[in-house]
Write a protein that binds this ligand. Structure first.
Ligand SMILES: [Zn+2]
Length: 356
């Protein structure tokens, strides 16, 4: 497999210099919001906490280069926003921003380190692609990338999947693949598609490299024979799930809806592994990736089914549950909830049953 050869060592974090921190905080708020998939209309957007239904409360201040939500009161700088949206610790958020906006010295060298190990030439700074402008979903490129990754074989990946209730055959059936070496993957992608196409697909920032480093699993969102989107789960950093930058998150497993009869039981999970684990247990499931990604037209698509919401057993899960309840109540549609025990999610519950 093209993207298989790699070294699987995690890079040690290095302290950030004050200069790098300053540069991260000076990144234009609107650009950072866009990179995180937040669509601003002027200086306003719907809040990522999901409480906005009609008018947007999330606001960026160009003068102060900060953001604030007038609904829930959350506020902060660029780094804080990355932490919120991607669920990252401070250092990881700095690393994400540095990587995305091509700021050298922000502990973004881990990708390069893998690069060096695989004996590749370093990219020349003079060949940097033009500054980021717009991003668009690119099913053609996503399909190609997923097809050029291998089925999950590394123990890092199989162990993660098993812990989430996903046996290897199930992962294969759902098209989950592993991307071992992002530096090599970028070179292969660039040769085939060119740097600008990769960037506009939301997979790289200003730097000629993918937006993440280290071993990762890719969870494709397939429909009509193409990968419309995918989620990335890096297993060599604390980065949680994320997708191509600036691309709206679709519903996971939405093609399942057309196979179900009216009145059938359908689970709405909060995470992709949860939906896969439930499907593996014979339960129809889709995943809605948090309240921020929910689109009101999905209510219409989901109305015909007997709905069970499956939030995570944490504070965010509670918010998710309230959000779904509100969305469906507004349409006089009932939805039940199956709440996992505290600090567990549906896939944990299924994994426990599987390993018992
Ligand atoms: Zn808010």
């Amino acid at each position: 497999m093209l993207l298989r050869r790699a070294s699987l060592q995690a890079a040690k974090p290095r302290p950030l210099s004050d200069q790098v921190l300053l540069r991260l905080r000076e990144l234009p708020m609107a650009d950072v919001a866009l990179a995180l998939g937040i669509t601003l209309r002027g200086t306003k957007a719907m809040c990522f906490n999901g409480h906005d239904s009609a008018s947007p409360s999330f606001t960026v201040s160009k003068a102060r280069n900060t953001w604030k939500c007038f609904g829930c009161g959350e506020h902060g700088d660029a780094i804080a926003l990355v932490q919120k949206i991607h669920g990252l610790a401070f250092m990881e958020a700095c690393k994400w921003l540095s990587g995305h906006f091509g700021i050298i010295g922000g502990d973004v060298q881990s990708g390069r380190r893998v690069h060096t190990i695989s004996r590749a030439p370093s990219p020349k700074p003079s060949n940097l692609p033009p500054p980021a402008t717009t991003t668009n979903p690119d099913p053609e490129l996503y399909t190609w990338l997923v097809a050029h990754c291998g089925r999950v074989k590394e123990s890092l990946g199989t162990a993660y999947l098993l812990a989430h209730g996903i046996a290897p055959e199930l992962a294969l059936k759902c098209g989950v693949v592993e991307l071992v070496d992002p530096a090599r993957a970028y070179r292969v992608l660039e040769k085939h598609w060119g740097a600008e196409r990769i960037r506009s697909a939301g997979l790289s920032g200003k730097r000629r490299a993918l937006s993440w480093s280290g071993y990762a699993l890719l969870f494709p969102f397939n429909s009509e024979e193409a990968t419309q989107y995918f989620q990335i789960r890096c297993l060599q950093s604390s980065m949680k799930f994320f997708g191509p930058s600036g691309i709206p998150k679709p519903m996971y497993n939405s093609q399942r809806l057309s196979q179900l009869q009216t009145g059938s039981l359908l689970h709405i999970c909060e995470g992709v592994p949860d939906a896969i684990a439930m499907e593996g247990a014979g339960l129809a499931a889709v995943a809605v990736l948090g309240a921020t990604s929910f689109r009101s037209e999905w209510v219409d698509e989901l109305l015909p089914f007997d709905l069970v919401g499956v939030p995570d057993g944490d504070a965010a899960g509670e918010k998710f549950m309230k959000f779904l309840a509100k969305e469906f109540r507004a349409r006089s549609k009932s939805i039940r909830f199956a709440v996992p025990p505290k600090d567990m999610d549906a896939s944990d519950v299924i994994a426990r049953g599987m390993n018992a």
